[in-house]
Write a protein that binds this ligand. Structure first.
Ligand SMILES: *Cc1c(COP(=O)(O)O)cnc(C)c1O
Length: 377
């Protein structure tokens, strides 16, 4: 589908050409031989998992990563048998079977899980490729003990039932200005992973998310795992354009009604905003039921008629209100842009995130199923 009905209530317009170009841009930063793994978990950060996976592969990604077994299963149906799919998350016994059915590459760190997996693999008639996860300081999944990592990697390499595919870690602060902890994690990873790679030269080491990928080649190793950047969102929460990235998602709606509000009158639940002077208010039929968060009440901006205008009043489930000013030509039916640009006016996911006290990731990932996605190529 290309384009969209301008009178649709709300639409997330996803430019797959931008996803493809962002991957080309990221791939160009990598050392020769380093693979780009496109992270398409959580429905492609709200952009659509399958569509974005296809676009990323066109743009030079050679691998895909997801968080869950179900995501791997759905993705496998979409992209065919050849593309490597890596499940980064922890798996229950039942999820392990789903992931194996999807022929996904899996992460391991606990010996018990490794044993169960190796045994289970026999039933599926192939040797699953395993990535041993070293927790260098994120404090989530992975083993913190260097000796345990080396033992597990060697055990996986020696086991006929599985294949050792990689050793990996994840950075906690790659998006922060201060790189002290990032470098500590990098040093820990190198110390443990490089000797393992010497014993098993066919494996892939990987550590970098989008932020670390953009920071420099010393973080790249054999593969980088880029999520947010492939969607044209800035991992540093600033300006994606400064990184050569183009936002892939725009959120469009329209003005359903325009009404006169006199000084002292209020709009919305709880009367959280009162007009300081006579003004016109536009009503847009979108709200937190669409993932346009209630925390944006009285702090967001919306582009209408080529200008950024203040959202006023409380965001409700299905409506928001915007101050159009004391004089306006804006009429019902006119388009409004919640995320994206309109003329010279721009409202980035980064701006909304900053106003909400969150990160741009949550702006797109939080869009609900009620918002139709329209794809452009
Ligand atoms: C989500 C995720 C990524 C991608 O992170 P971005 O910041 O979106 O690039 C990489 N690695 C792991 C383990 C993840 O969970």
């Amino acid at each position: 589908m290309s384009g969209h009905d301008p009178f649709q209530r709300v639409t997330a317009i996803v430019d797959l050409g931008n996803v493809e170009r962002n991957c080309v841009t990221l791939a160009a930063k990598l050392a020769p031989g380093t693979e780009l793994c496109a992270v398409v978990k959580a429905d492609g950060y709200g952009h659509g998992m399958g569509e974005c996976a296809d676009a990323a592969l066109r743009g030079g990604a050679s691998r895909l990563a997801v968080a869950t077994a179900t995501e791997a299963f759905e993705l496998r149906e979409r992209v065919g048998a050849e593309v490597p799919i890596f499940v980064m998350g922890a798996l229950t016994g039942a999820e392990l079977d789903v992931a194996l059915q999807a022929r996904a590459e899996l992460t391991v760190w606990r010996t018990e899980f490794f044993e169960a997996l190796a045994e289970r693999a026999g039933l599926f008639g192939f040797r699953p490729r395993l990535h041993v996860k070293y927790d260098t300081g994120m404090g989530r999944l992975g083993d913190r003990e260097p000796a345990a990592i080396a033992r597990l990697a060697d055990a996986a390499a020696a086991d006929e039932r599985v294949e050792l595919a990689g050793v990996w870690t994840h950075f906690a602060t790659a998006d922060e200005d201060d790189d002290t902890f990032l470098r500590e994690q990098l040093d820990r990873f190198r110390e443990v992973a490089l000797p393992i790679a010497e014993r098993h030269p066919e494996i892939t080491l990987h550590a970098a998310n989008s932020a670390a990928t953009l920071r420099g080649r010393e973080f790249h190793f054999g593969m980088v795992r880029c999520g947010v950047a492939i969607y044209g969102l800035d991992p540093f929460g600033r300006d994606a354009a400064a990184q050569g990235l183009e936002p892939a998602l725009a959120l469009h709606t329209y003005v359903a009604d325009v009404k006169r509000i006199h000084a002292g009158e209020s709009v919305g639940y709880g009367r959280s905003w009162r007009a300081p002077a006579d003004t016109w208010v536009g009503v847009l039929p979108v709200g937190y039921g669409d993932g346009y968060r209630r925390g944006l009440s009285n702090v967001a901006e919306v582009a209408i008629d080529g200008m950024r205008r203040p959202l006023v009043g409380t965001v409700s489930m299905d409506n928001v209100t915007v101050d159009l000013g004391p004089e306006t030509d804006i009429a019902p039916g006119q388009p409004a842009v919640l995320v994206g640009e309109q003329g010279d006016a721009r409202v980035d996911a980064e701006l909304l995130a900053e106003r909400l006290g969150t990160i741009n990731y949550e702006i797109t990932t939080g869009l609900t199923r009620r918002v139709p996605r329209a794809y452009r190529t």
